[in-house]
Design a protein around this ligand. Sequence first.
Ligand SMILES: [Zn+2]
Length: 505
Amino acid sequence: MTNHRQIIIRGGRVLDPEARSAERVDVLVDGNVIIEIGRPGMGAPEDARVIDAGRRLLHPGFINAHTHGHHGLDKATGEGWALERSLAVLPWINADRSHEILKLTATLAAAEMALKGCTACYDLNLGLPSPSAEGTQAIAEGYEDVGVRAVIAPMLADRTVFEATPGLMSALPESLRQQVTGFDKTSAKQSIAGLRHALDHWPYDRDRLRLAVAPTIPLHCSEGLLMACGRLAREFDTGLHSHVSESKIQALACLDRHGESITAHLGALGLLAPNFTAAHGVWLDRDDMMRLADHGCSVAHCPSSNMLFSNGLADIRALLDAKVTVGVGTDGMRSNDNENLYEEVRLASLVSKVQTPAPEKWLTTEEAYFAATEGGAQVLGIDGIGRIAPGFKADIVFLDLETINWIPLNDPVNQIVHVEDGTSVDAVMADGRLIVENGELTSVDVGLLAREISAARDRMGCLHASDGSVIERVLAAVDAHCSELARRPYHVHRYGAGLDHAPEE
Ligand SMILES: [Zn+2]
């Protein structure tokens, strides 16, 4: 039997972002590593499998710096929702998620990413009520089945949004207050013990599937939990990831509670280090950005989510000027509704252009592309991904140059950032394995996945139906309180038209 341990990819155009070109080359892959790139027709082992890429553009698999795989059942359910509204329903929608559902939703997220040219992600998955070895491994199995790399970080918290948001609990009618204080919360000790157990029993190769630590939102965690998260990440030499200054309300709430900004608070507790990723970072000021840069931290930029959840427009130019590493993230299905990095990269570029008329402040196409590739690799902390080069992992996306997006082929970097939308993805190689061929997943049966997801969605819907009127009343109170709170003055302005600080009409 022929062993195709080696693969020679013939004649593909490999994107060179610095040269802004895509010359034809041959790429030799051995196992899961690119070992040689040379002129078309270069020598290759006789028994190597040959892939004809004559009509393909090759780019390194995109890297999604921030998502939530477990939100897969919630696609298109949060129209007109602000972040705090979404956080308020979490105790209901996150309840009763079996390991089977965690695996299914991870599979769904991985499948969408693979089909849309993404081969690695940072997934802040469900860690409630307490992360377990079985639960985290179920999520890993979903990614393993599809073949997408993942840093899986169970989200930990020991406070609800009702406790973390100034005045929110007292703004609820008495009857609802009792409902939301009745949530069964996990103690910091239980959460850390659960995650430590999961880390101790992690069976996977860390370059493919890694377990990390996600204190979900700093104000949703006690200081004890935050410090314990920092210690755990250091002990297991893994990543720390948290939603930092995502909403104006979070930035205001931290000043109210601690008299300092969120990054100052995290810094004082010892969490800021090169393994720390701040998701969103919309309401960071200059001092926050310098603090993140000084500690070697990275930021996951999620423009779709920031707009959908009415959190504003992050100042990525200022972060890049401060020398903060930036990756691009889709965020989860509750806050974006898809897992399409092409769309996110395009928005990262476009959003920068409505923030200022000064062209030198705009995100260049190279910067946007870098964020989705090498920037994302740095966020995940995985070496050897994000480039097509000898010694790098064979994570390669093959785009069909005969689709509408590439007629004509002009500037390949510009075209990937501003034209490609995922519809040209013909094949995807991840870790040396073709997980997408002819535009279809080879690793997972999407029809079967659709039936299983649909059944799971129906089961979850039935579970929550009885709470419907309570949820609606809670949400009405949250909306009224939080939209008022977000109008309080803050020294950073991130809303598109500055309406948060304009006088009332
Ligand atoms: Zn998020």
